[in-house]
Design a protein around this ligand. Structure first.
Ligand SMILES: NC(=O)c1ccc[n+]([C@@H]2O[C@H](COP(=O)([O-])OP(=O)(O)OC[C@H]3O[C@@H](n4cnc5c(N)ncnc54)[C@H](OP(=O)(O)O)[C@@H]3O)[C@@H](O)[C@H]2O)c1
Length: 264
């Protein structure tokens, strides 16, 4: 499709994730000539760019768009009464299957994806699954689209999207929980709150940078410290013995089960 002609509709485009996706697209040279039409339910956006129009009418949005991004909460999906008439739809909704979207929105061309909250700083990881009816032309735009707010991978098995909902979709909250635990430990020891918080947050940011440097092999970073045999090794051994790895696995499985039952 010629970029000059493209219109992308974003249902729920004023929400947390929807607004991040819209911002990513607006900042991208690849979509410089694309127009956006965004729908909301109750809260109209205060300001929009000249590239964006706004509506409360989702079927009007569909009629105006070449493709539609669905970014409402899973519990609001049943009330989205739209007929896509075969147009490409890209869902970011957790737990709603491609078959449910296809049936509910009247199109067989469905991309099911799962970005994460880091989309707001263009650092999302977005796995996606395409229904069989999507053409090569439909698929060609998807990596470019998701790269506007981070990185992406295509998954061949739809269930992997539910599992990755628990790994990378929920993921930004997990290091945040670790930062909170580190801060609380430091507070218990009596450190001033601003130092406890600064130290914990700096650790999460710095560790992310180290993982990038080590070509993204976390076990390499852990092994370096274990083999060093110092204070960090003592901390790691104790955390493992206290069930850290099992707690993470159990948490991921709880999020996965929630993703599997959300839309049912
Ligand atoms: N946030 C994340 O980190 C994240 C990550 C991965 C996937 N997701 C998925 O992304 C989707 C959106 O999540 P969110 O966190 O962005 O939720 P959110 O902040 O609540 O945004 C949802 C938006 O949908 C709008 N909406 C609801 N019903 C509508 C309707 N009938 N027509 C038009 N707009 C409607 C809401 O508008 P009003 O506010 O006006 O009611 C709201 O702005 C969810 O399905 C979630 O599973 C979110």
């Amino acid at each position: 499709m010629n970029d000059k002609q493209r219109v992308i509709g974003v249902i729920g485009g004023t929400g947390w994730l929807g607004a991040a996706i819209v911002n990513g697209i607006l900042q991208s040279h690849d979509f410089a000539n694309t127009r956006l039409i965004v729908s909301y339910r109750t809260h109209a956006p205060r300001e929009t760019s000249a590239q964006v129009s706004v509506t409360q009418d989702n079927q009007y949005l569909v009629e105006q768009s070449d493709m539609v991004i669905l970014s409402v909460r899973p519990q609001d999906w049943p009330a989205i009464n739209i007929d896509l008439k075969g147009k490409l739809v890209i869902s970011v909704m957790a737990g709603i299957t491609a078959a449910q979207i296809s049936e509910g929105a009247h199109t067989s061309k469905v991309i099911r994806s799962l970005p994460n909250a880091a989309a707001s700083i263009n650092e999302s990881y977005t796995p996606w699954f395409a229904s069989q009816a999507c053409s090569t032309d439909d698929l060609s735009i998807i990596p470019t689209l998701f790269n506007t707010f981070g990185t992406e991978d295509q998954c061949e098995i739809e269930d992997d999207i539910d599992y990755l909902t628990a790994i990378s979709g929920a993921g930004p909250a997990y290091p945040a929980l670790l930062a909170q635990a580190l801060e609380e430990s430091a507070l218990t020891h009596g450190l001033p709150r601003h130092i406890a918080r600064h130290a914990a947050n700096a650790v999460i940011r710095g560790s992310g940078g180290l993982l990038e440097d080590l070509n993204s092999y976390p076990e390499q970073l852990v092994n370096v410290f274990e083999n060093y045999g110092g204070t960090t090794a003592a901390g790691l051994i104790s955390m493992r013995q206290a069930g850290f790895i099992k707690a993470v696995d159990q948490g991921v499985n709880a999020a996965y089960q929630r993703a599997k039952t959300l839309g049912r």
